[in-house]
Design a protein around this ligand. Sequence first.
Ligand SMILES: NC(=O)c1ccc[n+]([C@@H]2O[C@H](COP(=O)([O-])OP(=O)(O)OC[C@H]3O[C@@H](n4cnc5c(N)ncnc54)[C@H](O)[C@@H]3O)[C@@H](O)[C@H]2O)c1
Length: 289
Amino acid sequence: MIKKGGTYVVMGLLNTDSIAYATGKMIEELGGRVIYTAQNDRMKKIFFDRGCPDLAQAEKDAMCIKYCDVTVENEVRNLFRDLGEVDGVVHSIAYANPKTCLGHHIYTNSFDDIKQGFGISCASLATVSQFAQEHMPKGGSIVTLSFSSQVAFPYYNWMGVNKAALEALVRALAREYGREHVRVNAVSAGPLTTKAAKSIPHFAALTQTWKKISPLPWDPIKDKQEVAHAVVFLLGDYSRKITGQTLYVDGGASVVGGELLKHEKPIKSMPAKKRLIQKAAAELEKPIT
Ligand SMILES: NC(=O)c1ccc[n+]([C@@H]2O[C@H](COP(=O)([O-])OP(=O)(O)OC[C@H]3O[C@@H](n4cnc5c(N)ncnc54)[C@H](O)[C@@H]3O)[C@@H](O)[C@H]2O)c1
């Protein structure tokens, strides 16, 4: 469980749709102290201050938000230096230019964009881990967010490559920092409606695909909470011998081959299931003729 009064740094807050927001709120509910990070003041003003009309001013004021652009090593170093002791970190950050790194083809016309995407979405986890672990004298846990990298989804192109690299980096960092009692894991989430997701071309089609391949029902809005649950599990003590892993929270979509057949699709509501069971029971009670 989350350590009551423990300090958790949740990086990648953009607005109330962000996985970072759902995760941070859950940590707070469980008694942890959360330091959120936003990329910079400009992004916070555009998306958080002005873009979250549903959020009460009192809640906004109560949130501790620091700035950290993960591509600037000094900003990451200073963030952790100023925080003192830390128990856990959530790295919920990704970016790739949608015009050159996502889309119809695996474009090769901007190597700078490919490098930028890799730097932000993958390599930054190493920078964050390096400076975070220095502030975890009793050990700690670092969790990043991935997306199905074992199969190729349309349009995801270089970001899919970044996620595969991120999961490899999770294993390498688990090996590096195990001696410091610091664990590093990833949660691989199914599609969730957030700003980053909306920049993936045809993201709506991806959520439709999930309806066809996920054995469990998958809700791209509500299931952010389920993803947050898994992040919290990996941050806390119940997972203390788990490191270097990618935990899939995707309704099971990653383990099926091909689309679900009609009879395999999730039952929409449990009352419907109850009716099916009652019907079967009634059939059994019928006298054999
Ligand atoms: N939404 C999904 O469907 C989904 C599914 C699986 C995994 N993920 C992953 O979850 C993570 C969080 O994304 P999200 O969906 O909550 O979207 P989001 O847009 O709310 O969050 C992405 C965050 O990355 C930040 N960021 C980008 N460049 C940065 C930089 N240089 N320095 C610091 N921060 C930077 C953005 O400011 C933003 O806060 C990402 O790694 C994403 O790939 C998302």
